[in-house]
Design a protein around this ligand. Sequence first.
Ligand SMILES: [Fe+2]
Ligand SMILES: [Fe+2]
Length: 150
Amino acid sequence: MQQTAMNETIIDHIKKDHQKTMEHIAELEKRVQGRPSSDNPVFAPMKKELLGHMAAEEKLLYPPLEKEMKQKIQDAIKEHNEVRQHLEHLSAGTMPEDEWARHLQMMKQGIQHHVQEEESEILPAARKMLGEDKIRELGPQFERMEKENK
Ligand SMILES: [Fe+2]
Ligand SMILES: [Fe+2]
């Protein structure tokens, strides 16, 4: 019980990840001019973190909410898949720089929209449905799962 009380909740962890991703994207935007893109040192870690984050959400956060908010969760998974496609595309490294930058912008807009929905609807629903003990218990599990799926 003591241990549980000290854990960071899955919700706090997810929000921190979101912030980190937006910082990474801002960093990429700054560097994209005059530099080749997918070999930018910020890109590979950002891709890994995003993939781990989305996989962990799909395994731990979404399933318990699926019954109550089916459409929301289906949309969220669709948006994750769009981000995965963008990441694949951006990884290829074969497109001209301006096109790469345009794709980065498309991915950024998709992520902003997704994060907004997640933070305003999905996370509050998770807190309500799962309860305080459970969201604390899921914090470290989420972190572990994220690492496994990078
Ligand atoms: Fe998320
Ligand atoms: Fe998500």
